[in-house]
Ligand binder design. Structure first.
Ligand code: ZN
Length: 348
């Protein structure tokens, strides 16, 4: 079953053609240069850029398919899939309208996918040769960690999720981006902080570990950001430069230490030691090292997305999630009824 999937939930215009768990072709137009000067994603600019690029990105995905099968055309697609939430409302609408239009034009079934479910499936996305093999055997614990989300989820079965922990304010990636912005390090800041942190001392300054004693599996990162703000404000200008590496290292440590603490707790609480990781912050090597060590302690297994681009927003993961929904016959009967849901949750 060939699926054409679209994701326009944030600042990437993403289209993929998938078959089962395999990617046949993948195309992404990144808007990062557009939003960079604003220090964050601007919704109406994102919407406009999606509108301007969506047809081109679809064309690119189709032409990549043609390189493999010259006779390929959109008529060969068996179903159209689209992310309908969570995300920026205006941005989501562009992808939904386009997928609806294609489904109507080619008279093929329509699948709506939760963006976060896509991130969970990203560890099971295969290349065109069917690698990595990774059989899916439930249940899994999923850590979703990105600029917009920090969630702990039990992945019970296809399309069956239970959120057991989530952030009450900022996401982990947001806490890193905002810290970078505060220190004048540019956007997106997580990657800059990772780079600087490699040269710094993690024990230079002890930032708070928020919610550690909360007893539940939820996160909160806004206090951590505030703590950095006051600390940084009081520093003499010269020290701000001298301590940059150490500040990046100890701040990043506070964010990741909190994540690992809750993940550890979730593994004990649920008894589930098979872990999947999704979301842009997962590319951070230091974090992955910490996750591997934790999973080893629990004698478990961890699957990360097989390629770097599969961590961030992409449509291949949406195509794979859609495939398992299609197998359960979870099609949207009337495509006009699929509404964008910016605050969509996984448990719904
Ligand atoms: Zn995402």
């Amino acid at each position: 079953m060939k699926i054409l999937a679209i994701d326009t939930s944030c600042d990437e215009t993403a289209v993929a053609i998938t078959e089962g768990r395999r990617i046949i072709s993948n195309a992404i137009y990144s808007q990062i240069v557009i939003h960079k000067k604003w220090g964050g994603v601007v919704p109406n600019l994102a919407k406009r850029a999606h509108e301007e690029h969506i047809d081109l990105v679809i064309e690119e995905a189709v032409s990549k398919c043609k390189k493999r099968t010259s006779s390929f055309s959109l008529k060969d697609i068996d179903a159209f899939a689209v992310t309908y939430g969570p995300g920026l409302g205006m941005a989501l609408g562009v992808g939904i309208n386009k997928a609806r239009e294609l489904s109507f034009k080619y008279q093929k079934p329509f699948v709506g996918v939760n963006h976060m479910a896509g991130h969970i499936y990203s560890s099971f996305v295969q290349n065109s040769a069917g690698n990595p093999k990774r059989e899916i055997s439930f249940p899994y614990l999923a850590l979703l960690i990105s600029g917009g989300h920090t969630e702990l989820v039990i992945f019970k079965d296809h399309d069956e999720f239970e959120v057991i922990g989530e952030t009450l304010d900022d996401a982990a990636g947001e806490a890193l981006d905002k810290a970078a912005k505060m220190m004048g390090l540019g956007y997106p800041g997580g990657a800059v902080i990772e780079k600087l942190a490699k040269k710094g001392r993690v024990d230079f300054h002890t930032f708070p570990r928020p919610m550690k004693r909360s007893g539940d599996l939820n996160f909160s990162f806004s206090g951590l950001k505030t703590s950095l703000f006051y600390y940084y404000r009081e520093l003499p200008e010269k020290e701000k430069t001298n301590q940059l590496y150490d500040l990046a290292a100890s701040y990043q440590e506070a964010v990741f230490d909190t994540v690992i603490f809750k993940l550890d707790k979730a593994m004990y609480k649920t008894g589930i030691t098979s872990l999947v990781v999704g979301g842009g912050v997962g590319v951070n090597e230091y974090l992955r090292g910490k996750i591997r060590a934790l999973v080893k302690k629990h004698d478990g297994t961890v699957y990360f997305p097989a390629r770097k681009y599969l961590y961030g927003d992409n449509a291949a993961m949406i195509g794979v999630a859609a495939y398992f929904k299609a197998k359960k016959n979870l099609y949207i009967k009337n495509p006009q009824e699929l509404e964008r849901e910016p605050r969509l949750r996984l448990s719904e």
